[in-house]
Design a protein. Structure first.
Length: 433
């Protein structure tokens, strides 16, 4: 689908032709939203049970385990996950959309979280949870318009709306990430670091009203000493080094950092070459499969994915990745969020560069995180990383990564992100903000 048709579909679906493009009208929307946020919060103080909906499309966007559990433990809150389709207007395969919904359902079910899939199979219609479930607080995991209108910010103006970024932002697409309507209409924006909080204030249209910097809930698991991980790697006859390859999905997009097409055969060749000493896990972005079906066709895409799933020393991972990360030895990737997330483990990591000026695509924070990586520009770079850094253990950046963590990623004042977010909500509900 061409960009013009896609944008037209979004505009028609969300009735966005005027309200977000006329400065006066959008400013009025922002002011009204800011005023309602605290009014709605205060109205919840005496409510016996506060209904909290966590909106989710794909497993990789879920970063809120600990926040969800904190709410489960508090009798005042009734949290549940709402699973619905993403990329609704891009014309992706209907079957693949439903497979993704099923993967998301399995992912949430594994966690034991209450969830709903608000789809009426008889009428073949996605329902409006504002009418069926009447949530008081809504947590968004994606800020983009490419969802059905009933799951976008415009539909929840009478709810307390919150946003936790689905990725630890490292790229310099300031307008795309901070200028869009939803970011400026969310009641609370919980940024990854104080640097990101400043981005919201500087590049947003509402001046960063009620933008907080609790830290990133998606990496909180690495800071919990009581977390019990599970080894999800395929059993091997002998101990081998474990390397994750995580390619991004941005093939042909304006922000095209994906090196998948350049490296897809090479990575299989490396898996075969080092089969006696290395395990490889293929961890693609969930949207990569959609893109490849459009580009390659379903048969070739399925064959490629199955190849990773079937080799003795390789595996395919399409849902969560926390335990995969914890029990790994290294990561090779070209993703934005993983540029930071893997640094919490202080293990060697390589960023695959599509072009020499890749640092021009990072924001000021992202450049700092990118500098903690080994950089792969070609097949020789990648193989040297596998051979020397991972297999031989010649990791010369370990101390540098530790220093970066202490300066930018360690918890502020000892408080973990989810508890910080809960404190903000409680303060708002009690009229203390």
């Amino acid at each position: 689908m061409n960009d013009l048709k896609y944008k037209l579909l979004l505009t028609l679906a969300h009735k966005d032709a005027i309200r977000t493009r006329v400065p006066f009208l959008f400013k009025h929307m922002m002011v009204a939203s800011q005023r309602r946020t605290l009014q709605v919060a205060k109205s919840l103080k005496d409510k016996p049970t506060i209904e909290v909906a966590f909106l989710l499309t794909i497993p990789g966007m879920w970063k809120l385990d600990y926040l969800f559990r904190l709410m489960q433990q508090n009798p005042k809150y009734h949290p549940y996950v709402v699973i619905y389709p993403y990329s609704q207007y891009k014309g992706f395969s209907h079957d693949e959309v439903w497979k993704t919904i099923k993967r998301t359902e399995d992912f949430i079910k594994e966690r034991g979280f209450e969830y709903i899939i608000p789809y009426d199979s008889e009428r073949k219609k996605w329902l409006d949870i504002k009418k069926t479930n009447k949530p008081d607080i809504v947590f968004f995991t994606t800020p983009y318009r490419d969802v059905l209108p009933q799951y976008y910010i415009y539909n929840f103006k009478d709810c307390l709306t919150c946003y936790v970024p689905y990725a630890f932002n490292a790229i310099n697409f300031y307008d795309t990430l901070y200028h869009i309507p939803s970011v400026n209409l969310f009641g609370f924006y919980f940024a990854e670091t104080k640097i990101h909080q400043q981005y919201v204030r500087q590049y947003g249209r509402n001046g960063g009203t009620r933008a907080y910097a609790p830290g990133y809930p998606g990496t909180e698991v690495y800071l919990h000493s009581d977390y019990v991980s599970h080894d999800v790697w395929k059993p091997q006859p002998v101990t081998k080094k474990r390397i994750i390859w995580a390619p991004h999905h941005t093939i042909g997009d304006s922000f095209n950092t994906s090196t998948f097409l350049e490296n897809c055969q090479l990575m299989l060749q490396l898996a075969e070459k080092y089969k006696d000493t290395v395990q490889f896990a293929f961890k693609p972005h969930q949207l990569l499969r959609f893109k490849l079906i459009d580009l390659w066709g379903e048969e070739r895409t399925t064959q490629y994915y199955n190849q990773w799933a079937s080799m003795d020393n390789t595996q395919l991972e399409e849902a969560g990745y926390i335990d995969l990360f914890i029990h790994s030895d290294a990561l090779i990737h070209d993703c934005g969020s993983f540029t930071t997330e893997y640094l919490f483990l202080n293990k060697p990591v390589m960023y695959l560069q599509k072009e020499d000026n890749i640092d021009d695509k990072f924001n000021t924070y992202g450049i700092k995180a990118y500098q903690q990586h080994y950089h792969g520009r070609n097949a020789s770079d990648i193989e040297r990383f596998v051979e020397n850094v991972v297999i031989k253990g010649e990791d010369t950046m370990k101390d540098q990564r530790r220093q970066f963590f202490n300066e930018y990623l360690a918890p502020v004042d000892g408080m973990l992100p989810s508890q910080y977010i809960m404190n903000v909500l409680e303060s708002a509900i009690n009229g203390e903000l």
